[in-house]
Design a protein around this ligand. Structure first.
Ligand SMILES: Cc1cc2nc3c(=O)[nH]c(=O)nc-3n(C[C@H](O)[C@H](O)[C@H](O)COP(=O)(O)OP(=O)(O)OC[C@H]3O[C@@H](n4cnc5c(N)ncnc54)[C@H](O)[C@@H]3O)c2cc1C
Length: 454
């Protein structure tokens, strides 16, 4: 009886899962598929509690769907996967390709250790697998808009059908999962494939039509909040793109464009794996950032949501309270850390990865680089987000700020983004701005200018 392994990683679902279909077909009518997940310290360690908790809940959901057949093991996959393959006499190991820097190295090590047993990669977590969309001369895109055009022209397959039956192999020893972290009061979305599909359907039916107008206003429920589901593969972007094609229109187009950003950053990281840490624009390696006790103190005020700039503080408190932050606000708080506090983007990116439930190396670190002016298609270095005018433009009634910064609840609308101008002064308990934005903007521009001239 042929047995094959299906090693789940960032694809914790059963629908639209090409690697699952490949595993079932390889096993054949008389064979069996052994579903496996490996807790790897190299990924578990840096994840942060929200992602760990969400992952554990997604695995519990998957295990229920598999009637308990899911085998959990701990350790280095290059040891664990071949050992299990030998234990059950597997004829192949099936995976969805992992295109991130660590995943690629890990899979190469697993492949070597498997020897004659093939590691079969089918599909990836992206609509178009990174590396496939290139310019006419075969070189990678460096700028988003032409990438997105070529990405749409390339297209993607229709969603894969959910298999009616899979002959899961049961009865194998499984390790216990690690203990669930204590999240304090952090509220996460419900985990798993059914919850992801329900969230998508609700968004598609009730809010997608307004997406192009509301996606930038953090005080409204204008975006889909699907990022954690996409991160862990509870949903595949192709499933969403299939539905979007049926809906059609400007809002569906705007949403597909955001999925293109996700594919773009994965593509960038595929071609330049070192850019999860190094500036994409190599000239920017000469940029001077602040370090030492003063910078640490400012970083701590930023992380705690106590900078005295309401929209920045609201964003950083949302990160601590929900492990998720609205995209517009991610840009504002990132700009504030890099351009007002002069702290290296990498420090902020690491902080985000430790606290976000959707923390993803490609989208996060390249989102940071974009804001910091060190990345692809960078927002021009001279564009420094003004936290007051950004707040007034995108949170005009102060709804978002009041939700996350209770000290400002009674400040009149006019002053909610600059309480220091209010005739009543800054409410007790809320800090005065820790820096002067106008001054720090000049400092940042001066430093960028020096790098450019050098
Ligand atoms: C500094 C910074 C850090 C970020 N870190 C992450 C991260 O760790 N993980 C992450 O998934 N996204 C990250 N983003 C991108 C974006 O902020 C989130 O994907 C988005 O806020 C998720 O909310 P949503 O699902 O409601 O988005 P929606 O507006 O509903 O968008 C739908 C989906 O499109 C994708 N998407 C949207 N915008 C972007 C974008 N700019 N880049 C890449 N993909 C995008 C996401 O998968 C998202 O779920 C970051 C952006 C910035 C500026």
């Amino acid at each position: 009886m042929p047995t094959v392994l299906l090693w789940f990683r960032r694809d914790l679902r059963l629908a639209d899962h090409p690697a699952l279909l490949a595993a079932r077909d390889a096993a054949g009518p008389d064979g069996a598929v052994l579903p496996l997940f490996v807790f790897d310290d190299r990924l578990w360690g840096p994840s942060g509690d929200p992602r760990r908790a969400f992952l554990l809940d997604c695995l519990a959901d998957l295990s229920d769907q598999l009637d308990g057949a899911l085998v959990l093991r701990h350790g280095d996959p290059a040891r664990v996967v071949p050992a299990l393959a030998r234990e059950v006499g597997a004829t192949g190991v099936h995976v969805s390709a992992d295109t991130g820097p660590y995943g690629r190295q890990r899979d190469a090590a697993v492949e070597r250790a498997l020897g004659d047993v093939p590691l079969e990669r089918t599909g990836s977590p992206y609509a178009v697998t990174p590396g496939r969309v290139t310019k006419g001369d075969g070189t990678p895109f460096r700028v988003f808009s032409p990438f997105a055009r070529a990405w749409r022209a390339h297209g993607w397959r229709a969603p894969a059908p959910r298999p009616r039956t899979v002959p899961w192999l049961t009865g194998l020893r499984a390790d216990a999962p690690p203990p669930a972290p204590d999240l304090g009061g952090v509220r996460l979305p419900p985990a798993g494939e059914a919850a992801a599909r329900a969230a998508w359907r609700r968004f598609r039916d009730e809010r997608l039509a307004g997406y192009a107008d509301t996606r930038n206003t953090p005080g409204t429920d204008g975006t889909s909040q699907l990022s954690a589901y996409l991160k862990y593969g509870c949903l595949h972007p192709r499933t969403l793109l299939g539905d979007l094609a049926e809906v059609g229109g400007a809002a569906a187009d705007a949403y597909a464009n955001e999925l293109a950003w996700r594919d773009f950053y994965a593509d960038v990281l595929w071609h330049r794996p070192e850019t999860h840490r190094e500036p994409y624009d190599r000239r920017m390696a000469a940029m001077r950032y602040d370090t030492g006790p003063d910078a640490d103190e400012r970083f701590a005020a930023w992380a705690a949501g106590r900078t005295g700039y309401p929209v920045v503080d609201a964003g950083m408190r949302q990160l601590l309270g929900e492990a998720w932050v609205h995209n517009r606000v991610r840009m504002i708080v990132a700009s504030f850390l890099v351009k007002d506090l002069h702290v290296d983007w990498w420090r902020g990116a690491r902080h985000f990865l430790a606290h976000l439930v959707d923390g993803d190396l490609a989208s996060n670190n390249h989102g940071w680089q974009w804001v910091a002016g060190t990345g692809t298609d960078a927002s021009p270095y001279y564009r420094v987000f003004n936290p007051v005018t950004q707040g007034e433009k995108f949170d005009p009634d102060g709804e978002y700020v009041r939700r996350w910064v209770p000290e400002l609840r009674d400040v009149p609308r006019r002053y909610v983004h600059r309480p220091w101008d209010s005739p009543d002064g800054v409410p007790e308990g809320y800090p005065l701005p820790i820096v002067d934005h106008a001054e720090e903007r000049h400092v940042a521009l001066d430093r960028y200018e020096r790098v450019r001239r050098a």
